[in-house]
Design a protein around this ligand. Sequence first.
Ligand code: GLC
Length: 421
Amino acid sequence: MKLRHALLAFAAATILGGQAYAANLSIVLGSTGKDEQVMRELLDKFEKDTGNKVQIVPMPSSTTDQFGQYKLWLAAQNSDIDVYQTDVIWAPQLANQLLDLTDAMKDVAKDHFPAIIESQTVNGKLVALPFFTDAPALYYRKDLLDKYGKQPPKTWDELTATAKEIQDKERAAGAKNLWGFVFQGNAYEGLTCNALEWVKSNGGGQIVEPDGSISINNPQAVKALELARTWINNISPPGVLAYQEEESRGVWQTGNAVFMRNWPYAYSLGNSGDSAVKGKFDVVPLPAGTGDGARSAATLGGWNLAVSKYSKNPDAAVALVKFLGSKDSQKYEAINASHLPTIQALYEDADIAAAQPIIPRWKEVFLNAVPRPSAPTKVKYNEVSNQFWTAVHKTLSGTGSAADNLAALEISLTKLKGSGW
Ligand code: GLC
């Protein structure tokens, strides 16, 4: 049996790819929504085209948990993983252990948004090919807002009031499990994304500014966090302090939330056959704060594909990355997982617009999205983010005021910065 498989694989590789042998590759990615399933479908196609085999190593959905594991594997020079799906914020931190893709991707890199390519370029080296980009939406229940004559909120104050009114009236009418607003309040990278939006949208800066200065301890940031604190156990369930993306989506998709902050992947899932909110919701950009510099702010997210320096099959691994990042694969991801493409032309694609109308609408949102301070803080980003989400989580949990927690954060970030990032 084994011999037969080997012969078949050899024949396939010779006939189809003209390669000397078929490689066994592995790719590691977090399992959020349908990510793993859609990836498997693409890999099946790659296997058929090339005769190579690709195994998925599934990881928890949390980007923070993935990062911790990948750091360990790379430090141990693990050669079992060929391709990593990498978060947009990791490039400077993992650059030394990833292959330089500049040459291999020189014909295709120009098709992607230049800013995303730039985010994955460290000291002139392209460390990962963009796979999809991300910018969150405010999901809202059209049916419920219509019923109460409300418009989608333009400010966080409006969101708070609308969420409360609809939640209370619906509960009185029997919808006992309904909550006004779900988001990602767990102590992890997702909370950094959410809280950066509250702060930036309220004119409170972006934690560490592009020039490296620490800006987080300011009155507008304090105000933004104080408002968020009032949501807990009022319009948001107490459990939200442990929610990541998938827990928020669970509450939302069973029809138990008026509003949800989440990434575009939740759009296709929300409209799937078994969803209680199918056809009942729409999306708008996140609300703005109030006061000077207030604007709607979306944190820039996204995922890329990188080849480990320790891969035993670097050529086949690079070919896999090129295949997954291609126009066809990104179109498949857009239609089946509502992932935002990084290839510019796909925003004009009629099939994508018809299948997932959020995608062409979200081009402007992600082009104006706010980056987390991973570029200025370089290899210290994860620690910066960890300190920020910890301060925010304490505030939301009622341990210390926002003012005290942000003042302490400023001191510890200053220490971390030392003489420079
Ligand atoms: C999404 C974003 C990613 C971010 C993560 C936080 O997956 O694409 O950039 O770090 O959410 O939970």
